[in-house]
Design a protein around this ligand. Structure first.
Ligand SMILES: Cc1ncc(COP(=O)(O)O)c(C=O)c1O
Length: 397
């Protein structure tokens, strides 16, 4: 009976988020696990230290490599993604850069499917100076014609960055595996609460923890999760050498963020969909790109591989005039204007006002595009805010 409950708990996301690993060590019954603030760990004998250094990925020696508070977050995230290991970093980009560079050498090639986070593309361009090349492919049907003998990695996001296109994850992962590539997917948009790509055949998953998982706009962090055979080498090499370690203080905040992640995601989903439904078909709104709406072209596929939808999505205002887009944003009172997403507060941002023209055009994002991150405020208040801002655009026209 005890065994059975234990097994069930290990597959229960609520329990993993809130309880896994938190009862050990039991210190005076404290409800929050201790924060291990120390940079180093000492040993009784020189021999003990020598032994620990041999296994620096598993043993506590120095915080740049391992820390018990960070370890707790890693155990929870690995369990949520239903995989063996996770390694946390000081930022999502730290995790992405370390992961890609652990998989390639000079002369290798990376294939990128669909639109991905801008700095990920910038990092791939940066790798060019070490002789690593990459190509972007818009459609899975042309992957076969884009693969080269030197291709090692297939990198993608689903839903994709800013465009929210949905990829058939199992099909793409199976294609990559059959060609001997390692597939890497950024799962930040969905979080493991709504989507578990490793169970669909993806080799490695990366996340920015700075969005929903942290959830309170008070930390920057990242993680890569997957089988030990892929995580261990990067934990011993790129993690140690790039020094993009997560601090125990940030890890402690992630522990708190995780406790409420399942309930926050349910609320984000409900509010995000309410706002998206209000905007769909509204005068001055040309399109709403939310994969949770039945009219979204990827909706049927999304239902096959996701158990819910987060609350970041795009709308297209019916204008090609930057001044009108700026007027819309400036009229918002409850949505704040800012980058990032996935926190308590609702945010709006327009790539036409913040992104280099050529980059925006390459991503296929029109001038009138506005990204909304629906937070946890009342959906009615947010809807009224958007209605008033749309009226302002109408008056300018
Ligand atoms: C989809 C996605 N992946 C990765 C990142 C990078 O994460 P971080 O800002 O924690 O480095 C971001 C940041 O905005 C993102 O939106």
């Amino acid at each position: 009976m005890g065994e059975e409950l234990h097994t069930r708990a290990e597959l229960d996301d609520d329990w993993i988020c809130g309880r896994l690993g938190e009862d050990e060590p039991w210190i005076m019954g404290a409800v929050h696990p201790p924060v291990y603030e120390n940079s180093l760990f000492t040993f009784r004998t020189a021999g003990d230290l020598a032994e620990a250094i041999k296994d620096e990925d598993e043993r506590y020696v120095y915080w740049r490599g391992t820390n018990p508070t960070v370890d707790l977050v890693q155990r929870k995230l690995a369990a949520l993604e239903r995989t063996e290991r996770a390694k946390c970093f000081g930022s999502g980009m730290g995790a992405i850069a370390a992961t890609i560079s652990s998989l390639v050498s000079a002369g290798d090639h990376v294939l990128v499917l669909g639109s991905v986070y801008g700095p990920t593309t910038q990092f791939l361009r940066y790798l060019g100076k070490f002789g690593v090349t990459h190509d972007h492919v818009g459609d899975p049907d042309v992957l076969d014609s884009a693969i080269r003998p030197t291709t090692r990695v297939l990198y993608f996001e689903s839903p994709s960055y800013m465009r929210y296109d949905v990829v058939d994850i199992a099909a793409v992962a199976s294609w990559a595996r059959s060609r001997g590539l390692v597939s890497v997917m950024d799962n930040t948009w969905s979080t493991p609460i709504f989507q578990k790509p490793l169970t669909l055949g993806v080799d490695l998953v990366v996340h920015s923890l700075s969005k929903y998982i942290g959830g309170h706009g008070d930390l920057v962090g990242g993680v890569v999760a997957g089988p030990s055979r892929l995580i261990r080498p990067l934990a011993l090499t790129e993690y140690q050498l790039y020094g993009a370690a997560m601090s125990p203080h940030d890890a402690a905040k992630v522990v708190k963020g995780l406790r409420t992640l399942p309930v926050r995601m349910a609320a984000h989903q409900e509010r995000g969909l309410a706002v998206a439904r209000f905007l769909a078909g509204r005068p001055r709104v040309r399109a709403v790109h939310h994969p949770g709406l039945p009219e979204h072209p990827g909706h049927a596929q999304a239902l096959r591989q996701m158990t819910g939808f987060s609350s970041v999505f795009g709308i297209e205002l019916d204008t090609d005039d930057r001044a009108e887009v700026a007027a819309f944003l400036d009229r918002l009172r409850h949505f704040r204007i800012g980058v990032s997403w996935g926190g308590y507060e609702s945010l709006a941002n327009a790539p036409a006002l913040t992104t280099e023209e050529s980059v925006r055009a390459t991503m296929g994002i029109p001038v009138g595009f506005v990204r909304l991150s629906v937070g946890l405020e009342s959906a009615d208040v947010l809807i009224e805010d958007l209605a008033l801002a749309l009226r302002r655009v109408d008056r300018l026209a």
